[in-house]
Design a protein around this ligand. Structure first.
Ligand SMILES: NC(=O)C1=CN([C@@H]2O[C@H](COP(=O)(O)OP(=O)(O)OC[C@H]3O[C@@H](n4cnc5c(N)ncnc54)[C@H](O)[C@@H]3O)[C@@H](O)[C@H]2O)C=CC1
Ligand SMILES: C[C@]12CCC(=O)C=C1CC[C@@H]1[C@@H]2[C@@H](O)C[C@@]2(C)[C@H]1CC[C@]2(O)C(=O)C=O
Length: 512
């Protein structure tokens, strides 16, 4: 028999089959290449595992997929070869060490599958080059003749960084170079040398690409997705889902909005902020409108002054919106997209029979003022600027996306004001789209269900849980990024006009 094994990503399995065949005494033809030679370019065969292992960038450890760990207070390091090749479950054990120092013993936390279990401390002994595993943490007691025994109270932080992408940080959810549950930050230019944090540092952010398991804390074969900004736990939870789902098409960066200019109200928080970040990732410029007390200034600085700008705006005020539009024109020259995310919520019954107190009229008016009048105000003023755009081949000059709520259809108890304010947005969508049709401006509305944003997080935790449990599938709160994805889809689909779309996991809200 001769075997022809393609160099696909199934290569590892192919080799195992070949080996088994050889063991079973089936003769291979003379032309059958050796397993070593079957390894695709960029990988190397390893006898310990019977697999081809992908090669990483040459790091200080040599040829296989490796991690290099250096203790906080010395140059002592260990190379742990833990290439877990596709289709191959075995780990290559640690077999090399770089110990450029005197005879020494030192404690390390095993953070990858090396000779010790993850989470165990081990002592490196230069003479034997064999680590001893210790169930306990290192103490300050002297261990052996030579002395340098660190007493880490937290896992050692590496101080060598090298990675292709910009600073980023995410929580490890599988056993990677940092223990699960800790945050990892990659910095630098060449290879995956991590820094482990117990908590995310205050600002850690940035790339937007899909990585693979190679060298990253994700199980082999899984894809790992990096998002912009990982300041909040929401994003980390998102990562966990990505790891289990393997792919997340809605997070792909396509550059589809390149060259466009967008104005997002309520852009400093929650759904608005996710939309701002997505738009920037997809190549557009963004004017972030939010109230002066928001963190819009810091956000725009963090996201980049060339492509974003914050305008302090109360959407219900004509002069504020005019000022934001002037800034938009001055800085970016035009306006293509408006997303009306600004909004407030609250809960108050129409009459409190215990206190004999009616719903405050000002409260009702304020809700309508911001949610409804604000949305209308931004639309009526911004279409003037959009109308100046040169129409595209479809005659389109701009797109408006409003954010209402499923409350517009199923308002809960205490939601008279909020529901009225959102139902009005749904109601105005069609007539405004008709008003603007001849100018080539589309208007659509999204009615979100329950999304994990500061607005909903303001509810008691018990309420959040019961609200999330009421969502049929997926039975959880939505991620702001999922809403932002729909905004982009609406912007990109030229036939989508005059419509309100629910995004709610089939939720139909109950009375309370
Ligand atoms: N989070 C959720 O479950 C849902 C939210 N929505 C709607 O989505 C929109 C965004 O809400 P979230 O991101 O969840 O809340 P959020 O509270 O995180 O964000 C709302 C933003 O609007 C800003 N804002 C409030 N009043 C403003 C004003 N007068 N002018 C300009 N900006 C103002 C706030 O400062 C804040 O940054 C709101 O209209 C909300 O009603 C709808 C359905 C569900
Ligand atoms: C009324 C809710 C739930 C009960 C509570 O303790 C507090 C609330 C105030 C914020 C409301 C809550 C719920 O009705 C869902 C909405 C209306 C929330 C504000 C946004 C909200 O998530 C939404 O619009 C859902 O469609």
């Amino acid at each position: 028999h001769s075997f022809s094994i393609s160099e696909s990503d199934q290569f590892a399995r192919g080799i195992l089959r070949l080996r088994r065949a050889v063991e079973e005494g089936i003769k291979t033809s003379d032309t059958t290449p050796s397993p070593e030679r079957l390894c695709p370019e960029g990988s190397a065969f390893h006898n310990d595992t019977n697999c081809c292992h992908k090669l990483l960038e040459q790091g200080p450890c040599g040829e296989l997929q490796q991690f290099y760990q250096v203790s906080k207070d010395s140059n002592y390091g260990i190379c742990a070869c833990m290439a877990n090749a596709d289709g191959c479950n075995k780990m290559i054990k640690t077999n090399r060490m770089i110990l450029p120092g005197p005879n020494s013993k030192q404690c390390f936390l095993a953070f990858s599958q090396g000779p010790c279990q993850v989470g165990e401390w081990f002592i490196l002994n230069l003479q034997s080059l064999q680590p001893e595993c210790q169930k306990k943490l290192c103490s300050s007691e002297k261990n052996g003749t030579d002395t340098k025994v660190s007493t880490p109270t937290s896992p050692p932080e590496t101080d060598v960084f090298d990675f292709t992408m910009k600073d980023q940080c995410y929580k490890t959810f599988t056993q990677g170079p940092c223990p699960a549950g800790q945050y990892v930050q990659f910095v630098g230019t060449l290879s995956p040398y991590p820094k482990c944090f117990r908590k995310a540092p205050p600002t850690c952010f940035s790339i937007s690409s899909i990585g693979t398991s190679a060298g990253l804390p994700c199980t082999a074969g899984h894809k790992l997705l990096f998002f912009f900004n990982c300041q909040s736990d929401e994003i980390f939870q998102h990562f966990e889902r990505v790891a289990t789902l393997i792919i997340m098409p809605h997070a792909m960066v396509t550059g589809a909005l390149k060259g466009m200019v967008a104005l997002v109200t309520g852009g400093a928080s929650g759904l608005g902020r996710a939309t701002v970040e997505r738009f920037l990732r997809q190549g557009s410029k963004v004017v972030i409108c939010d109230i002066p007390a928001s963190n819009g200034v810091e956000l725009a600085t963090e996201l980049g002054k060339d492509s974003s700008i914050f305008c302090p705006t109360d959407v219900s005020q004509e002069k504020d919106v005019q000022a934001a539009l002037s800034v938009c024109k001055e800085k970016f020259g035009k306006l293509d997209i408006v997303v009306n995310c600004a909004g407030i919520a609250g809960a108050c019954k129409v009459y409190n029979f215990n206190k004999k107190q009616p719903h405050l009229l000002e409260e009702f008016q304020k809700m309508i003022d911001i949610n409804t009048v604000g949305t209308f105000n931004v639309i009526r003023l911004s279409v003037g600027l959009m109308g100046d755009n040169k129409p595209n081949e479809d005659g389109q000059r701009g797109v408006i996306v409003n954010i209402a709520s499923v409350s517009a259809f199923e308002g809960q108890q205490g939601q008279a004001a909020y529901t009225a304010s959102k139902a009005a947005i749904v109601g105005m969508t069609l007539p405004i789209s008709r008003d603007l049709a001849s100018t080539g401006i589309r208007v659509n509305t999204i009615a979100p269900g329950l999304f994990k944003t500061p607005m909903l997080m303001a509810c008691p935790e018990k309420v959040q849980k019961s609200l999330a449990a009421a969502v049929p599938f997926p039975s959880r709160l939505g991620f702001p990024e999922e809403l932002a994805h729909l905004v982009e889809v609406i912007v990109l689909n030229p036939m989508m006009n005059g419509e309100t779309v629910r995004l709610d996991g089939a939720l139909r809200m109950q009375s309370k």
